[in-house]
Design a protein around this ligand. Structure first.
Ligand code: ATP
Ligand code: MG
Length: 391
């Protein structure tokens, strides 16, 4: 029954002179999201509002789901559009709308008419009164409540007339690309896809690095990460995924460094390499899925040691989250099921039985010196031989 969606956006509204940049980006992302949905959609901007107009039959659920993945959208209001053919026809359309959307209703309502077309014979107040009266008469269960109505029925009189009352929540956030870009360290776990989602939600374009260790990690483990990147990309837009062969470096660490320090040292080299890709791609920071205390490599001491190799800011959006809170987001964005597939990632193969939980930076640096002859060459090779997948 709907012919359009009115798109409500929250924070874009406060961006002052740059507002049009945010709106342009939002429209672009909406177009991208709707491209694969059945139907014909035109996005238009009128007087500080964004509408999606549809033509003929379209996949309503598909369109709503697609729009619910566009950061920057706070609410999606399905609207009925009627031609301006006089008050009688409008009143009939409004009553028809209420009957269809609230079939067995004993609810309170308020009509909120807005007259963008000032030549319309009734003003907003008159429309509120008259249309309210029609609804009361046609729908006996309904009563008016002007302060806290269950149903807030908007009637916007423009060239055509828009009727809407439902607001489907959007994902919030800001349009991707309006806030620079960052490099996500993406593993096959639960956390890092959620971390990428959260930073992208704030308008940041993301690219990603995955470290694999063939033959210790399988092609299926790699495919799982590609799949996760694709799931995140449904929200964030295209991701350049760099797949780095980390085997040689891992074996060298395993051979030369104390085993209780393996994970920390490995994480430090991952950060270094990720930073090199960030610089190449013009990203301004790194993103990880770390959360304080979750595992030995994420205690405050460990995080401080890992952080010490980075010159770029490292964003850890999950830092204060409990596992269950992270799982809840993973379920919401549909990455959970893929994340829990049992393919090993490179960290689980070279883990010590008793990893340090309070690593000491100078001791770690001392251990790393044992790799001094070989590590620079290995890092260079790892960067040069990385495979880049456009997801
Ligand atoms: P996740 O669920 O994201 O894998 P985790 O709880 O398993 O996290 P760790 O294995 O300690 O935690 O990894 C911490 C962070 O380091 C990850 O969130 C991710 O950002 C990064 N990371 C770990 N392993 C890899 C990898 N193989 N490739 C890329 N990044 C990785
Ligand atoms: Mg992991």
């Amino acid at each position: 029954m709907f012919q359009a969606f009115l798109i409500k956006y929250a924070e874009i509204g406060i961006k002052g002179k740059n507002r049009y940049l945010f709106e342009d980006a939002l429209v672009r992302h909406m177009e991208r999201a709707l491209k694969d949905v059945d139907g014909s959609f035109q996005i238009s901007r009128e007087m500080g509002r964004i509408y999606v107009h549809t033509e003929g039959e379209f996949d309503y659920d598909g369109a709503v789901e697609a729009l619910q993945r566009v950061f920057g959208i706070a609410g999606i209001c399905p609207a009925v559009i009627v031609e301006d053919e006089g008050y009688e026809k409008l009143a009939a359309a409004v009553v028809d709308y209420v009957k269809k959307v609230y079939p067995d209703s004993r609810q309170t309502f308020k009509v909120c008419a807005r007259r963008a077309n000032k030549t319309y014979p009734l003003n907003s107040m008159e429309l509120n009164m008259e249309l309210g009266g029609e609804i009361l008469e046609a729908c006996p269960g309904m009563t008016v409540d002007v302060h806290h109505p269950d149903i807030y029925l908007t009637v916007e009189v423009r060239q055509k007339i828009y009727i809407y009352s439902e607001e489907i929540p959007g994902p919030g956030g800001m349009p991707v690309g309006t806030n620079g870009s960052a490099m996500l360290l993406l593993s096959g776990g639960i956390d890092s896809p959620v971390a990428g989602y959260m930073i992208a939600k704030r308008g940041v374009k993301i690219d990603a690095v995955y470290f694999h260790a063939p033959p210790y990690t399988s092609d299926r483990a790699k495919q799982k990460v590609v799949d996760l990147a694709r799931l995140v990309a449904r929200y964030s837009g295209p991701i350049r995924l760099h797949v780095v062969n980390f085997t040689e470096i891992q074996l060298a660490i395993y051979e030369k460094c104390p085993h209780d320090e393996l994970t920390i040292i490995m994480r430090r080299y991952m950060m270094k390499i990720a930073e090199a890709f960030a610089e190449k791609d013009g990203a301004l920071g790194l993103i990880t899925g770390e959360s304080i205390g979750q595992v030995a490599s994420q205690t405050m001491h460990s995080l401080a040691c890992t952080n010490a190799v980075c010159t770029m800011p490292v964003f850890r959006p999950l830092i204060g989250f409990d596992k269950q809170e992270i799982v809840d987001i993973a379920l919401k964005i549909d990455t959970y099921e893929t994340s829990v597939l049992p393919y090993e990632d490179c960290c689980t193969i070279f883990v010590a039985k008793h990893p340090v939980t309070k690593p000491n930076l100078s001791r770690i640096e001392h251990s790393e010196r044992k790799l001094a002859d070989v590590i620079d060459g290995m890092i260079k090779t790892a960067i040069e031989t990385a495979e880049t997948i456009e997801v």
